[in-house]
Design a protein around this ligand. Structure first.
Ligand code: ADP
Ligand code: MG
Length: 447
């Protein structure tokens, strides 16, 4: 934590995402300004952008075979997700078949702050929730009355954001006289890996080890079938380890910011690292394995982020190119093809070394957990699981050990509501429904 604070508060270089509930890092500095600004410009843009992209993506990614396939008789659950910076709604049948999945992302709104601003996020959820839910129903070809249940994310997450989804879900469930199911966001991420496998007609074998790795979480669980529910998709969890400071996605976002590469950091760093070949990239710094005293399955990423910062500070030759990239990103020129030519061989090498260190750490500890728990299956989920090197290294290491590894499709890796609807199914069939007293829990534990 100490090192993280140093970067956040005092330096002023990296906005303080810290301070959010459940250790989630959120932008708090300048948040007041953000609200003002957001209402004036950001939110207006966001509504336009979010719905436009979200719905388009939803149409493309979410609707697979639809109601045509005789899924009419199955249990149809509307999932609602609003724990952080995505307003999402989806309809999933029997916890397995995605009828629709609509995601309205707020990235454009939070971009200029280099992280999620909670006040802006809540306001944006309020604006998006009604059109996003309507669109999810329309794409599924269903009327509200045809739903069997409404599922909402209860936590963990930003409390103001969670409350928007919960309040909407409660109201809808009560107006329709349908059951309400409360879902843990992390349980949702685990179900995302299952959902993907089901689309490919595979079923991950349990017990498994699951790595959930995103901008807000880096945590390892042992996953088993909940007693007596081997076929209903309700899981039991045992936490094996977690980050002691920054989440891996947060490290990506902060390193991208300090290199002048914009927000979010993961996708651009992923591509720049892939472009860094021995011919065009030197290794200006080497980052060794991170040691965590005590639990060997705990993670730590703030030291690595600080090492990158110190390296950059000690080498003034980076200053010029960073400033140029910052200017380009501020002017909206943030595409990979525009930024790549603005990166020196040293920068590409630095990005590659940073990613090597993150991937090595995530894979090593997960493999160690799989061995300790004697499982045959590894599940990897959350925004960072979209990383191409992480996927390739996991696949290779798992193959060598005779283990199976499952990732959600990229659209299901980051926050979405299909995973929430899928996770709700096991609870719904077992009669575990919520009542009107349901409240948001910023630090809701899993298992
Ligand atoms: P959260 O909302 O908790 O931050 P998400 O599941 O929405 O989590 O994931 C967003 C995070 O994933 C961001 O920190 C982003 O930088 C990271 N991310 C997205 N794509 C990649 C990628 N290809 N490589 C590494 N990190 C990524
Ligand atoms: Mg997100």
């Amino acid at each position: 934590m100490g090192e993280g604070e140093e970067l956040n508060g005092n330096e002023g270089q990296l906005p303080g995402r810290r301070g959010g509930a459940n250790g989630r890092d959120v932008v708090t500095e300048g948040a007041k300004d953000g609200v003002k600004d957001g209402v004036k410009h950001g939110v207006k843009d966001g509504v336009k952008d979010g719905v436009k992209h979200g719905v388009k993506d939803g149409v493309k990614d979410g609707v697979k075979d639809g109601v045509k396939d005789g899924v009419k008789d199955g249990v149809k659950i509307l999932g609602i997700e609003s724990s952080c910076d995505e307003t999402a709604a989806a309809v999933v049948v029997d916890g397995r078949k995605i009828l629709s999945s609509v995601v309205a992302s707020q990235i454009d709104i939070h971009r200029k702050y280099g992280g999620v601003v909670p006040e802006l996020a809540s306001r944006e959820h309020l604006r998006q929730i009604v059109p996003v839910v309507r669109e999810a129903l329309a794409q599924a070809g269903l009327q509200f009355e045809e739903l069997d249940a409404i599922a909402v994310t209860q936590g963990p997450g930003l409390v103001g954001s969670l409350l928007v989804g919960i309040t909407y879900g409660k109201t809808l469930a009560s107006a329709l006289g349908k059951p309400l199911v409360a879902v843990n966001h992390l349980d949702g991420h685990v179900h995302a890996a299952f959902l993907e496998a089901y689309q490919n007609e595979k079923v991950p074998r349990l017990p498994a080890v699951c790595l959930i790795v995103s901008g807000g979480h880096t945590v390892l669980y042992e996953v088993k079938n909940d007693a007596g529910s081997s076929d209903s998709g309700a899981f039991a969890y045992r936490k094996l380890g977690q980050t002691r400071d920054d989440a891996a996605g947060e490290a990506y976002d902060k390193v991208a910011k300090l290199l002048g590469l914009g927000y979010p950091g993961g996708p651009i760093l992923d591509r720049l690292a892939a472009a860094a070949t021995p011919g065009n990239a030197k290794a200006p710094a080497k980052f060794g394995p991170t040691k965590t005293r005590g639990n060997a399955l705990d993670f730590s990423f703030s030291g690595l982020k600080t090492a990158v910062l110190y390296h950059v500070r000690e080498h003034p030759e980076y200053t010029d190119e960073i400033r140029k990239r910052e200017e380009a990103v501020a002017a909206g020129r943030r595409a990979y093809a525009e930024l790549l030519p603005m990166c020196s061989a040293e920068t590409l090498g630095l990005v590659r070394e940073f990613q090597n260190a993150v991937v090595r750490d995530l894979v090593e500890r997960t493999m160690m957990a799989a061995e300790e728990c004697e499982v045959q299956t590894i599940l990897v989920s959350g925004g960072v699981s979209a990383n191409s090197q992480l996927r390739a290294v996991f696949a290779e290491r798992a193959r060598a050990k005779g283990l199976e590894v499952f990732f959600p499709d990229r659209a299901l890796s980051t926050d979405n509501a299909a995973m929430i609807a899928a996770a709700a199914y096991g609870d719904f069939v077992r009669g575990r429904v919520a009542d009107a007293s349901l409240n948001a829990k910023a630090s809701l534990p899993l298992g």
